[in-house]
Design a protein around this ligand. Structure first.
Ligand SMILES: [Zn+2]
Length: 456
């Protein structure tokens, strides 16, 4: 259809319009349906259930059918199983030796539900949270106060509803809603364990994924998405923070930009507040070990943290907002569905075949025939059955978000005449016939290795 091929330039900063490809200014009705099906009643019910286990401390009881982490993980497993026979549900089990905050050898289980993709089943989109909980008390007489990770803490009441029953509830709700649909790429829903003892479950999972060469394209890690009233009285249920690691065009940063763009289309009442750093000061989350193993992973978290409820007996259902967690879950649903339906991003890098940098990769960007243009090339990694074409994006090197976008058709090169490749950032994304788009693949300048100069 001709309207699909119309060239148009949109300024994202001005209007945040959807892609120019496909139906102009429309949203994908499938994604809209998925987002609308995310239910705050289900999220609230999950949060109540998670609190009912008393504690989900990694060293708590594993045999009791009602209390402790054993009952909790079995319940999560059963919930995943109950949603759809198409979800492949499993425990991801490790034996962790006594070390650090772990006071005895402990069996740890992440709970994982996989919805296999139909076009690129080897490409995975992860939606994660941690289901373990913790209460800690400052150690008596230590200055500054150290936290007491003694063995007794394992059986204390640790409701952990906001941290991170809220994230776990979002993961379960997305598995429930999305498992009645089919996607091009594989969706993986994970409830991690051992986050509170040092990101243990996510670290072991990430190490294994790297060793096995698992293609994890994006990780949406939800941790503390239930709080709307912070300890200093600030109240905010209209924003969510998305933390992404440096540098400016890391794969995690491109994912954060994507979340901001897609989020606005489907959950416009929730502003995505990108924070351009890996996480909050001196505190961690399960996205970090995924980053350290080379995967694109971001943390979604409330701007209204209440520290007096974190890791205490007051992190209860009464002190959380399932409605806010629902908004964040809807954002997750929009982004995960969009990524899972989208074509793979184009490959903008090539391997240098000769010369002193042989074997290194370089972006396929040159100054073109004139020597003064921006000439971009890219490759389509896999044939996409429903590919419409590509859009080229551009921004100033000092701008946080893409500023310009042009749909260039189903081609594999494009020239921006008289644009200096030294002065702007350029990228390209793939778009399908329904308007689903990939994350942007940026043309990244990679600093060369230090050159040793011999002196005499
Ligand atoms: Zn947490």
């Amino acid at each position: 259809m001709t309207r699909h091929l119309a060239l148009a330039v949109s300024t994202l900063a001005a209007a945040s319009m959807p892609a120019v490809a496909g139906d102009l200014l429309s949203v994908n009705p499938t994604i809209r349906d998925i987002v609308a099906a995310v239910s705050s009643d289900h999220i609230a019910a999950t949060e109540r259930n998670l609190q009912s286990f008393g504690t989900r401390h990694i060293e708590s009881d594993t045999q009791d059918p009602v209390q402790g982490i054993g009952a909790a993980r079995q319940w999560i497993y059963g919930q995943f199983k109950s949603y759809s026979p198409r979800l492949q549900v499993r425990f991801d089990t490790y034996r962790v030796k006594k070390q650090g905050r772990i006071t005895r050898d402990t069996e740890l289980r992440n709970v994982i539900a996989t919805l296999p993709g139909t076009v690129h089943p080897d490409h995975q989109i992860l939606v994660t949270g941690h289901y373990d909980s913790l209460v800690v008390h400052p150690k008596k007489g230590t200055k500054p106060p150290e936290l007491d990770f003694d063995r007794a803490a394992a059986e204390l009441f640790a409701p952990g509803v906001t941290d991170d029953g809220s994230g776990t509830a979002a993961v379960l709700e997305l598995a429930r809603v999305m498992s009645s649909h089919q996607f091009d790429n594989t969706l993986v829903f994970i409830a991690f364990a051992g986050e509170e003892e040092g990101l243990i479950g996510a670290s072991l999972f990430a190490d294994k994924a790297k060793k096995e060469g698992t293609k994890i394209d994006a990780v949406l890690n939800n941790d503390i998405i239930g709080s709307v009233l912070s300890g200093n009285g600030n109240m905010d249920n209209t924003r969510v923070r998305v933390f992404s690691e440096e540098p400016a065009d890391s794969s995690s940063r491109e994912l954060a930009r994507y979340i901001r763009e897609i989020g606005w289309r489907y959950e416009p009442s929730l502003a995505v507040e990108c924070v351009f750093r890996a996480d909050r000061f001196m505190r961690g989350g399960d996205h970090t070990p995924l980053n350290q193993n080379g995967f694109a992973a971001v943390r979604l978290t409330t701007p209204s943290e209440n520290y007096s409820h974190q890791h205490t007996v007051t992190d209860t259902f009464e002190n959380t907002s399932p409605e806010y967690a629902t908004k964040v879950a809807r954002l997750n649903a929009a982004v995960a569905a969009s990524l899972a339906l989208a074509p793979l991003p184009p490959d903008v890098d090539r391997v240098i075949e000769k010369g002193e940098h042989k074997g290194e990769t370089a972006p396929r960007i040159t100054r073109g025939k004139s020597g003064y243009d921006a000439h971009l090339e890219w490759k389509k990694e896999n044939p996409e059955p429903d590919l419409l074409g590509y859009a080229v994006v551009m921004r100033s090197t000092t701008a946080p978000f893409w500023e310009h976008e042009v749909f260039v058709g189903n081609v594999q090169e494009y020239t921006l005449e008289n644009v200096s490749i030294d002065d702007v950032v350029l990228g390209v994304k793939a778009v399908d016939k329904d308007g689903n788009e990939s994350v942007v693949a940026p043309y990244v300048f990679r600093p060369r290795a230090l050159h040793k100069i011999e002196t005499y």
